[in-house]
Design a protein around this ligand. Sequence first.
Ligand code: ADP
Ligand code: MG
Length: 683
Amino acid sequence: MDIKRNYNYLLSDLSSLKGVGNKTTNLLKKKNINSIFDLLWKLPRSYTDRSLSSKIKDLKINEIQTVTVIPQKYSIPRIRNLPNRVLCKDETGEIDCVFFNSYEGYIKKILPIGKEVTISGKIKYFRNKYQLTNPKYISENSSIIKQKHNSYSLTEGISEKVYNKIILQIINNLPDIDEWHSKYILNKFDNISWNDSIKKLHKPENIGKFRENFYQRLAFDEIFSTFLVNSEIRKKIKKIKKTRKKFDTKKQNEIISKLNFSLTRDQNKTLDEINKDLCSENKMFRLLQGDVGSGKTIVSLLSAFNSINSGFQVAVMAPTEILARQHFLLAQKIFPKNIQIELLSGKSTYRNKKNILDRLLKKQIDIIFGTHALFQKKVEFKKLGLIIIDEQHKFGVNQRKKLSDKAGKDCDVLLMTATPIPRTLTMTIYGDMDLSIIREKPNIRKPVRTYSKLESKIEDVIKFIKKEIKLGNQIFWVCPLIEESKKIDHTSAIKKSEYLRKLFPNQVFLLHGKTTNDEKEIILNKFLKNDFKILVSTTIIEVGIDFPNANVIVIENANKFGLSQLHQLRGRVGRGNKESSCILMFKSNLSENAKKRINILKESNDGFWISEEDMKLRGFGDILGFKQSGIKNFKLADPIHNHNLFILAEKEIKRIEKEKEDISRFKPLIKLYDRADIINDIA
Ligand code: ADP
Ligand code: MG
């Protein structure tokens, strides 16, 4: 039965493949290969050319060779452990096929006496005779053997032969898919179709040809589909009409005038962008992106203040209680007294909580701070007009979409992230949102001095720290956590804190993976109050919290961290107006790569630039653990090598948006490439 296949064939289950049983299906599923489409991206790593065959007399020893022979005689010894042999001939000579652990019946079946058979494998020479041991490539049909055979990085339990067969079956059954791209785009890839591109992708001789049109087209498809889904979500959110917020910026400016600093140009610019959104009739869905310490909090609080003045309530969600409290205290300090400010804490008593919930519902609270607990069902607002979420870089597109849906029609959404990332990544990950970026930092900041030190020179570091403590300063001491050996690191951090405790009695506290949240808060609060001097930790110190007194950070085993992470860690200090330092410690002499990274860090304090450099050194996916955070990873596309494709995709999306083009022709593309639930609303 020959049915015309459409793209649904590619989405069908692996069990619909011929000759693929439960065992293979399950092995693949374990590797997250669930559909035929998923198998397309299982690419050959290398290939073995078995296409040329020679005569026995011309065989080259120790090379993989193909030869057509006629089996003559079996010798099947009845003694265990002795191999079975089949003597084979052609008109030029003799060769022995040698089998260990193979059944007689099987051998006689694949090498029948007197029949022409093609065999292939690595040729040996033993006791004056050519020999082929345990040949895997044997067939009476020479064309099956005489070709290029792909090698895959194998899923355990599935042989190369099975893989080749499965892939071949899929390639032969590829559906004809109507072209989804515009002529302009297609032209950029020499008009190669998706179908032909996939075929070329799997041709052994095309392995590693990243620059060729077929590869570029497929990489582009991936990028483009991600961008298209992002664009559709954004359009959908934008379409939601809301009540415009009306406020007088005079009041906002009064607050600004009372701050003990003036806003930077970027702070002013982003505040304007947000205010404009608040006043528009379209719902805001905006990301405020800025480096650590660039001053996002004040921008977000001012926009909260404006929303309150417009008669709405505001919810501010932080990732931790301590950060929520810090924002809460800041609001209390800068907002006029008539504004009702609350903190919903996990530690509040039941009565207290109930009271807060009641007052929220009666609109007796204008702004509430808290953790994700703020999004529980029982927390209801009378007139919520703005949700602010701080340091949210762990949300995926799906979660954000849900958040926006839940927020309700009149509620604007502002997300903040202190994770500067390369532009290509921002487009990919946050393309569903409008973007405001704070690049410049407050100019009162002194750059953090960055040093590198061998671990054996720890005494110098201790001396330095003693001096700093005398000046009233505090110190972060970071021991990295390596996933594979949590236990070891753990003990190393404990040992380090014991060592430091001896030198600085009563001045050292330790945070590690096993510290409970409650303990952690107590310790962090003490540190904030300057009750002790040195905080040793294995985990990354809470993002976002301002420790104005801490101005030294020591990072052990600094080579375990990526550049961006080092930059983030360094950003824990240097937030006040003091001179501050970052000491990177290394176990042994620095590798070239480590030297490069230190120089990059010394050279710049600009997180965006550093993240670009980080990506160049480490590759996409590794930076800042985006791989782990569930954010989609590309199969072929690479933001470094395919930078131009990202730009092209962005341009094409903008064109489609501008010309309000019908996107239904992209339905197969989206269905194939992006099977998140969000697309059900779209295509
Ligand atoms: P982040 O962007 O990392 O959230 P914060 O908003 O916590 O940064 O700001 C870090 C510190 O910088 C705070 O102590 C804040 O008061 C201060 N700050 C913010 N804006 C300015 C500014 N324009 N000039 C000087 N200091 C500022
Ligand atoms: Mg912050």
